[in-house]
Design a binder for this molecule. Structure first.
Ligand code: FES
Ligand code: MG
Length: 602
């Protein structure tokens, strides 16, 4: 484990260290292979003494590209990362990562998280790399990179590209994604037309960077920081700020020291680190995508974590961050108020974090947070004056699924009053189920009067989980029929075996596992069934007689899966459920892959 007491960068005790890369570049026992390995890298203009000297080779996993605009800023940060690596005595080697653009990839970028993970593991294992900078940003890029680093277990330091600048529309903040969900309701109400809809949404993306709301991107980068896998204060810096470039440089410097100290993901990704991340997720109003991603990282790190931990550890934590979709502000304000370490400083002071976990700085989290707290109480509240108490997720169960999540920080007063506040039945809501077979079916039929959707309806969507979609789609935040919206009902309770965007303010019940495509209870539900949501008991049940339910199960036939690409077929064959992280199950058995040196290639 790294001790962090090596003093200045590059000045530590370094006797008898042999780097992994030297197995490629400096092996006198095998001159034929050494020459073969080294001659092609000399093409860069490196000298033999650089590649054969005491210079750790630092991979830089490049997730940015023209196809991945949320992470494209990393193309411009690369110079600063490399400068930091060189100044600390390392050799930078940038390599491309399979793109994972949330807004660009169909049928869903979720399908690509595990593919990029596999690619990263293969690169880190098969090339002369001693440590790695993980460039992160857009939603799934962050977990994919952390999952890969956890499996290989070489020193790894994450650097995100930062959120875009704040978007503005007619004098108010236009937040990534959140403005889409707002504007589509205005469109349904007839308050705006198509042109204004387009202008409003495009105003939310004023610069390079990832989503400027506390959507999945900002959430997952906050999670990376809370886990201890970034430098302190790294995750919230907006993409175009000079501090972002400076952080890129410091990240480059620090990863070289982490290699010298042999400070690995397995030293950092402990059970306490994940518990810390869960607490932070509640306090920032983080995305419902965080549980499956954290679960996946934990499994690849060999840490026991269960979806129930999110309620047990996270539910009672207050919401401190006033940022869309749970609050009002966007990324620039969050950064100026101190960002993630300010939130964590408030939590630590209130006794909600332990702070003992080792971090990438080589120090315990508590030490990193010394002196940190909110710099703007309107944006980051203290624990004694939160935006909301008990702001974490509920983990529900019942006869429709073993587990599903509900994000309580976005339950509006109107929603609570309408559905969860009947006198004597607080937290309980009975409804009539309306079931859709995926988003196409939903779009085709949502305005069909024959469905008789009213205020007592609960909308269900199925076939949109990991196996069903494939990849698990962000479609559970279904909006009510246009007529109901015009009548003032902006949200109905919605349920599904897919996910929803982290930028959505919908209090959906989602990530239902097991999904319908593998025979989860949702598969048996029919339009017209009565259902009961009981938040006090933590249950959602179809009120169908047991005999009838059993008969439906006996008659259930697994849906035929239509694979469009080889990867879709491979993914479906090996993926687990969202409650277990949606991992490639066979991959979770691999640990510390770096310790097994691959065979020579000639
Ligand atoms: Fe890429 Fe939100 S779509 S960060
Ligand atoms: Mg999304």
């Amino acid at each position: 484990m790294g001790t962090g007491d090596n003093g200045e960068h590059g000045k530590g005790p370094r006797a008898n260290r042999r780097f992994r890369s030297q197995e490629w570049f400096d092996n006198p026992n095998n001159p034929g292979m050494t020459a073969l390995y080294i001659e092609r890298y000399l093409n860069h203009g490196y000298t033999r003494s650089e590649l054969q000297g005491e210079h750790p080779v630092i991979g830089i996993a490049q997730t940015g590209s023209d196809l991945a605009p949320c992470n494209k800023i990393h193309l411009f940060l690369m110079d600063r990362i490399k400068a930091g690596i060189r100044d600390a005595g390392g050799i930078p080697m940038e390599f491309p990562v399979h793109p994972i653009q949330e807004t660009g990839k169909r049928p869903t970028a979720a399908l690509d998280r595990n593919l990029a993970y596999l690619g990263l593991v293969e690169v880190l294992h098969g090339y002369p790399i001693d440590g790695v900078v993980l460039t992160t940003g857009c939603d799934k890029t962050t977990p994919a990179m952390l999952m890969g680093a956890a499996t290989v277990d070489i020193p790894a330091l994450a650097l995100n590209g930062g959120p875009m600048l704040d978007g503005w529309w007619n004098g108010t903040r236009a937040g990534s994604g959140t403005i889409v969900w707002e504007s589509r309701r205005l469109l349904a109400e007839g308050q705006i037309d198509y042109e204004e809809f387009m202008d409003r949404v495009c105003a939310s993306a004023p610069s390079l960077g990832h989503c400027n709301t506390m959507g999945t991107a900002s959430t997952m980068n906050a999670m990376a920081e809370a886990l201890g896998m970034t430098l302190t204060g790294s995750s919230a810096i907006p993409a175009p700020f000079r501090e972002r470039m400076a952080m890129a440089y410091e990240t480059g410097r620090r990863i070289v020291e982490m290699v010298w100290d042999d400070l690995k993901p397995s030293d950092i990704l402990t059970r306490e680190a994940f518990e810390t991340a869960i607490v932070v997720n509640s306090a920032i109003g983080g995305s419902t995508n965080a549980p499956p991603h954290l679960q996946a990282i934990a499994r690849h790190a060999g840490v026991d974590l269960e979806v129930e931990d999110w309620q047990r550890i996270g539910h009672d934590v207050p919401l401190l961050v006033n940022m869309q979709p749970a609050g009002a502000y966007l990324g620039e304000s969050f950064y100026r108020a101190g960002g993630v370490p300010a939130v964590m400083g408030e939590l630590l002071r209130a006794g909600l974090l332990r702070g003992e976990a080792m971090t990438a700085t080589g120090r315990a989290m508590r030490d990193n947070l010394a002196g940190w707290g909110s710099r703007d109480r309107d944006v980051i509240r203290g624990c004694d004056d939160p935006l909301r108490t008990r702001a974490g997720f509920l983990v529900l169960t019942g006869n429709l699924f073993d587990s599903a999540l509900m994000k309580t920080s976005v339950i509006s007063d109107d929603f609570r009053a309408r559905f969860l506040s009947a006198p004597g039945r607080e937290g309980i809501h009975d409804a009539r189920a309306v079931v859709f077979e995926g988003p196409e079916d939903y779009h085709d039929r949502i305005n069909d009067p024959d469905l008789e959707i009213g205020e007592d309806s609960m909308l269900f969507i199925r076939g949109v989980g990991c196996v069903g979609y494939p990849g698990s789609a962000e479609v559970v935040n279904m909006q009510p029929p246009d007529a109901l919206i015009r009548a003032g009902v902006s949200h109905l309770p919605t349920v599904g075996d897919g996910r929803q965007s982290g930028t959505s303010e919908s209090p959906s019940i989602l990530n239902a596992s097991p999904e319908a495509a593998v025979g989860g209870g949702l598969a048996l539900l029919r339009t017209g069934d009565r259902v009961r949501l009981d938040l006090n008991a933590g249950r959602l049940d179809a009120l169908v007689a047991p005999d009838e339910w059993d008969a439906r199960r006996a008659a259930w036939v697994a849906p035929e899966l239509n694979h469009q690409t080889p990867w879709q077929e491979m993914y479906r064959a090996h993926v687990g459920q969202l409650a277990q992280g949606g991992c490639l199950e066979l991959a979770t058995a691999y640990r510390r892959v770096r310790e097994s040196l691959p065979r020579d290639n000639h």
